[in-house]
Design a protein around this ligand. Structure first.
Ligand SMILES: C[S@@+](CC[C@H](N)C(=O)[O-])C[C@H]1O[C@@H](n2cnc3c(N)ncnc32)[C@H](O)[C@@H]1O
Length: 488
């Protein structure tokens, strides 16, 4: 594939949409960044499951279906300037705001489609190496889900990856009736969607007490109701008040994707790829005793009472690989530390508790990570030695990534000290400038990370002062190590 031809500005393609199929369009969705949508992150998740890694240093194509404000996809487009990104949503306000953000950051390798998925299906689109859908699959009806699968079937490249998140059972079994209450109360109320949503929650709170047997018999629901009351109404409206709110079983989604020619490759919730981090010994043994992968997959959802999945699928049935090849793919994955290196501690939080690592191992790992990101195979080689087996080091690294202490990167590398002080590219500079005045974290594109680096206002300000040549301000070391800043 030829490198993507850049345009003067990101552009919006409008494709006539017939209907919203019951999806809300009178309130915008919250503007959120999702690190799991990065090609580097998805690549890592799929390689854990045995897929062949994608060559992220070469041109590739990426499609975000139902992009909302497309925050992550715009940052990813800036982090992979040699790739071609497309983002589709039928909400004009979302697409307008997304294209303005892309223009502000000077990101040009992205095309926005103001279109329904149905209308997109009619377009002459290329084949994509990545197709992602976050917050879509449980919230659109069966007809739209079928259109999504047709898009995937027709537009995903060979060995392409699909990310699909959805609400799953059994984790919603106690709370699902709350949604019915909310929907009915909101539908019965007058006014705009925001006030109807707020009114529905207030009304639910009048019922949420032990005089109502549902709440008494399901004690966890009271906490869920308090959490709903504390959530922003734009989020609540999109999450609960669409015509469709379907809770899936993971094996049914696997079946549906199989019909589009896809196989399950892994989870972008990285800890979910490691049963040892999720299950105690008894649960693990009971699951291991089940006769096939399908039943083990379903049983694990029950073992952890899972309610949300971020599944990664790969096109084509994976040919079974030799252990040596799968290991080679894994050892080629770059990982690094996106926080301050001192924050790599001997204890890491995992879903079923806390993991402890030897102090000496962590001290050695910190020294390496100060240099930047590295391929897993290189870290294993450099930390190996007396009393440490390669297998044990590799497993520690995978568990540290699963617990969020380390992160999948797009490339191995570190601080580039040559040339004048600068942000690595115009998008990073513009994102730092935007972030310096914002109370919330900004996400600064990094080609090294292949994702957005979360940066607070103080660090963004420090970076801008350093770039401007203020001698009293040191270079923020984390941003240099993560490939956001360059120069002496
Ligand atoms: C819950 S939001 C998720 C937005 C974004 N993916 C995120 O996670 O921040 C769902 C988005 O899908 C869009 N959408 C829903 N149905 C659609 C359809 N049939 N065609 C195109 N966009 C659709 C909505 O407008 C909305 O922006």
């Amino acid at each position: 594939m030829a490198p993507y031809e850049t345009r003067a500005a990101p552009f919006i393609l409008m494709h006539a949409s017939d209907s919203s199929s019951g999806y809300l369009s009178d309130v915008t969705f919250p503007d959120r960044f999702h690190r799991e949508l990065s090609p580097a992150w998805l690549n890592y998740a799929s390689v854990l499951g045995g897929a062949r890694p994608k060559a992220l240093d070469r041109p590739f194509r990426y499609l975000d279906l139902g992009c909302g404000f497309a925050h992550s996809t715009i940052v990813n487009a800036a982090a992979f300037p040699h790739a071609e990104f497309h983002a589709c949503d039928f909400n004009a306000a979302h697409i307008e705001a997304a294209s303005q953000r892309a223009a502000r950051l000077g990101v040009r390798n992205i095309a926005f489609h103001e279109a329904s998925f149905e209308a997109l299906l009619e377009q002459d689109l290329p084949r994509f190496d990545f197709i992602v859908l976050h917050g879509i699959y449980s919230w659109v009806d069966a007809g739209v889900r079928s259109v999504v699968r047709q898009l995937i079937s027709e537009r995903l490249a060979d060995e392409g990856l699909v990310y699909v998140s959805y609400n799953c059972q059994p984790g919603w079994s106690a709370e699902a009736p709350l949604r019915k209450l909310m929907l009915e109360f909101a539908q019965a109320a007058p006014g705009a969607i925001e006030s109807r949503t707020g009114g529905a929650i207030a009304r639910m709170q009048t019922l949420g007490n032990a005089n109502f047997r549902y709440f008494r018999d399901n004690p966890s629901v009271a906490d869920a109701l308090s959490a709903l009351a504390a959530s922003p109404v734009d989020y609540l409206a999109h999450e609960y008040l669409n015509a469709t709110w379907d809770i899936h079983y993971s094996v049914d989604v696997i079946d549906e994707m199989a019909r589009a020619g896809l196989a399950y490759a892994g989870s972008a919730t990285l800890a979910d790829n490691h049963p040892a981090l999720l299950l105690d010994r008894q649960a693990a043994e009971a699951i291991a005793a089940l006769p096939n992968t399908r039943l083990r997959h379903l049983a694990e959802d029950f073992a952890v009472n899972r309610r949300f999945r971020r599944d990664v699928f790969v096109r084509g049935v994976r040919t079974s690989r030799s252990q040596a090849e799968a290991l080679q793919f894994l050892e080629d994955m770059p990982v690094g530390c996106t926080t301050r290196v001192e924050q790599i501690e001997t204890r890491a939080t995992i879903p079923r508790g806390v993991l402890s690592f030897q102090q000496e191992f962590i001290a050695d790992l910190r020294s390496l990570m100060r240099q930047g990101s590295m391929r897993i195979g290189e870290i294993v080689a450099r930390l190996g030695g007396e009393g440490r087996s390669a297998q044990e080091i590799r497993q520690n690294l995978l568990f540290l990534v699963a617990s969020g202490v380390l992160t999948p990167f797009a490339q191995a590398g570190g601080h580039c000290a040559t040339g004048a002080r600068r942000a690595v590219n115009a998008a990073a500079l513009a994102a730092l400038a935007g972030g310096s005045g914002d109370a919330a974290n900004a996400y600064i594109p990094s080609e090294l990370l292949g994702n957005g680096v979360a940066v607070g206002a103080d660090e963004a300000k420090q970076a801008l002062q350093w770039i401007a040549g203020d001698e009293t301000v040191p270079c923020p070391p984390r941003l240099a190590r993560l490939g956001v800043l360059c120069g002496a």
